[in-house]
Design a protein around this ligand. Sequence first.
Ligand code: ATP
Ligand code: MG
Length: 752
Amino acid sequence: MASVNADAPWLSGLNDAQLSAVQHLNGPLLVLSGAGTGKTRVLTSRLAHLLATGTAKPWNILAVTFTNKAAREMKDRVAAMIGPAVEQVWFGTFHALAAKILRRHAELVGLKPNFTILDTDDQLRLLKQLMEASGLDPKRFPPRMMLATISRWKDKGLSPDRVSPIEQAELAEGSGADLYHQYQDRLKALNACDFGDLLLHNLTIFNAHPDVLAQYHDRITHLMVDEYQDTNTAQYLWIRLLAQKHQNICCVGDDDQSIYGWRGAEIANMLKFEEVYPNAAVIRLEQNYRSTGHILEAASSLIARNESRLGKTLYTSIEKGEKLTVSGFWDGGSEARDTADKIESMVRHKEADYSDIAVLVRAGYQTREFEERFIQIGLPYRVVGAKFYERLEIRDAIAYLRVIAQPADDLALERIINTPRRGIGAATIQTIHQLARARDLPMLAAAEVLITTDELKAAARKKLTELINMFIQWRVDAETLSHTELAMKVLDESGYTEMWMAQKTPEAEGRLENLKELVSAMEGFENLEGFLEHISLVMDGDNKANEGEVTLMTLHAAKGLEFDVVFLPGWEDGIFPSQRTLDEKGSAGLEEERRLAYVGITRAKRKLYLSYASSRRVHGLWQSAVPSRFLLELPKDNIEEDLEQGMINATNARPSTDFALLQPTAASGYGPGWRRLQERQQSGYQPARAPAEGQSGLSGISDFDTGDRVFHQKFGNGNIRSVEGDKLNIAFDKAGMKKVVASFVELVRKGG
Ligand code: ATP
Ligand code: MG
């Protein structure tokens, strides 16, 4: 071990407990402590120390962070300490690291290295198709819930053959037992996987191929995990396998900040650390370096109400600071107005910059009211989250790029095959599906066969040929053009940009702006594959931080971050704690919500504002609300109240006549066009199965010979004049000479 000066920059300023964690370089180590005690800082310093002491080379270290943003930040900090060697460290989220490993060994689980990573939307569409084919009623068994069950199995590390019969019964009361299998098969056929698969496939590979796991043991000698309290079982198993040989594993976490139980996180993973890794050192940090006294006291006494927790003491040497401000409002609108006013006033008085301020909400839809107000008064803000990539125009544009990168990506092709409208209608798409199914081809390949025949109407054939030729050309372009040039070319040549330009509405303007933004976002990546990988992995909280903007995001996404000034609006029972969590998970749910409140409060360094409204429009309906029980749980000594005039006696603030005027607004913000698109995409697709009725016996191409009498669904009876591989030239009795695909005809009588 190289000797390291005790005043090395990454060690200076650390307290004794932190220092002992940083200097514990080998063997299992758990750092368990409250918010703002420097856990993440310990990880970063320890990484530098591992390298500086020569204990590990950069490529020997794997560091898992909660968001890609956190990975980037940690990388930047370590880079400042050790320079360019940082590039070789394995930084990333569980998903990003697992994706990197999976690309190298994709064929071991039946995928190609360029597999697509599907988002929830694609997953749902796929599952709906499978359910439809299995005759499962989506009203009785909501696909979203079915998907949640499958995802939960994946989070537990259960591949289809490892789901127990009892668990199987959870899926559509047992009638969907096969659905998970079908879903996985279909993903494979599409050369795709979903988020859960990234880890699950890694586990399958490591378990079935000890030689592959051994490669990683040779390479990765030291592992570090931030936010360990939120790992799910699959992630826990993944870490355990990778750390198996060297046992040099350092995890940091806080049981009070476990907020992803609903996504399968298991606090138990952290609590049994010492069992799983014997001889583990456990270090607790107690000094909070982030928040003022009032903020820390309020947070500590709130979380003390949870029964299932390890319990810890926290102190801060920062001054007491200002009390927390709790405000009550008539409605959400005045809450948003007041928040904006407070922000403007702080900035005007140079008490804070926009970028020091965050508004954190319980649920994504709650940002809208603030956004509207901020836009109105020109207050600069950014919404952190995956929202950008969820926008219709962005998803369309990405679908084009996906088909170029991965021609078997049927879900992407379906999305844009007729967007913009190019005369490739439902009937044509149906025919493509039919052939794709019969011949087990990707849709694009099936379409390529069809355009050499008379199966499609002349006009549709022409349009489809044009589209296919464009894709062929773009794929050639991809070899020579940069990925951003390619994107611009594709958006123009496909007619996509033109489609929005033709609309001349403010909304269309916005979409065009977003498309430009997309191209500039791509600039940050080396190539198309890198970009596509990124967008399929981005999670909440991943956007680049901009200077001079207020941050709007969910509490979940704010984990690990800190801001001088934090606003926590919408503290009303039912919203926060969320009614749904209470209904579904009872007191365990309440405790998870309380941990989320604790996360929210502890994001603030200097000043915290909490608020509630006594009436609020939720999904288009006015609801009256009572202040969150969490507000009542805050110690009086730490808060000051600031209520709107007459607030306390306010009950139903809105007259009932208002109700009739209110139209439900979709929380997602997508207009009717979006829904139409979804409906269109859902229709007319039957997943690969046995040939449909009336098409049996169509399997073999060689079944047909010149002279055979055959039946074709569209053209009727006819005689085969010649056979060209999988295509037949047939003289039809009524339709005349046609070239058709062999799969589409049925033998009537052998000729000769
Ligand atoms: P969370 O639980 O919210 O993730 P954490 O335990 O990871 O918090 P950090 O984010 O690492 O805490 O640290 C909180 C703040 O305290 C950061 O601004 C960090 O730079 C600062 N900090 C940590 N340790 C020290 C120290 N020894 N001296 C001064 N500042 C410190
Ligand atoms: Mg942290």
